[in-house]
Design a protein around this ligand. Sequence first.
Ligand SMILES: C[S@@+](CC[C@H](N)C(=O)[O-])C[C@H]1O[C@@H](n2cnc3c(N)ncnc32)[C@H](O)[C@@H]1O
Length: 237
Amino acid sequence: MQNTDTFNIEKFIAARNFNLPEGSVSDGVLRHIYEIGKSQKLVNTVETGCGRTTVILSWVSQNHTVFAKVDSSNRDTLEADWMNPSKVSWTLGPTQKTLPQFDFKTKLDFVLIDGPHGYPFPELEYYYLYPHLKQGGWLVVDDIQIATVQHLFRFLKEEPMFSYDCTVDGNTAFFRRTAAPVFDPYGDGWWEQPYNLNHMPWKIRTKDFVKRRFPWTITVNAFIKRRMSSSRPAARQ
Ligand SMILES: C[S@@+](CC[C@H](N)C(=O)[O-])C[C@H]1O[C@@H](n2cnc3c(N)ncnc32)[C@H](O)[C@@H]1O
């Protein structure tokens, strides 16, 4: 077992005696997370899925919560010699079940989404986690090369609640929570999200804009349509 003073990330990366789960983040991402944790105080952190990232976060977080399924990859993590177990709490089971039931009592400094990647699971995890991030907190999304995650990534790049920081080694994106108010998780509000407005076909966008800015045009249009249909000659029998 290591201790806080003796844990050496380069030794951990080089050791390779840790069974790598399928799809582990790159060594560069591990270093990047470690640097963030060394330069900023990470009090409460969360990750979905587990693996080498759990080891790193166990050394830089004061209270790291892991939501993961029990399978061969995380059984190794649970037993990993490299881990700082006193800082890690496990919520075992599919995140599709555990996240909605979890009672978040504190705001989060760091969230890593790297659990199930099939549609719509990364977005489902985002839904249950985004309201709890504190201003300045980190949101990290792994595997943005997968279409489902790429979709979330594109959304986040245009989302006022987050500012894009960087992508490390092509696959792992880092965002920071801005001061924008939390998007109401129980409302609708699609029209407030720049992602929707920016990607709307221009015809619909113009029609929508005119309707919102000049609502009286709806009445005028309806009147014109009615007049035109009443003045149209009756169809031949
Ligand atoms: C890509 S690995 C995580 C790798 C880890 N972040 C790392 O870099 O070492 C994906 C993890 O998600 C877990 N997982 C897959 N489906 C899950 C689900 N439905 N709920 C919870 N965890 C899940 C797997 O057990 C695995 O630990």
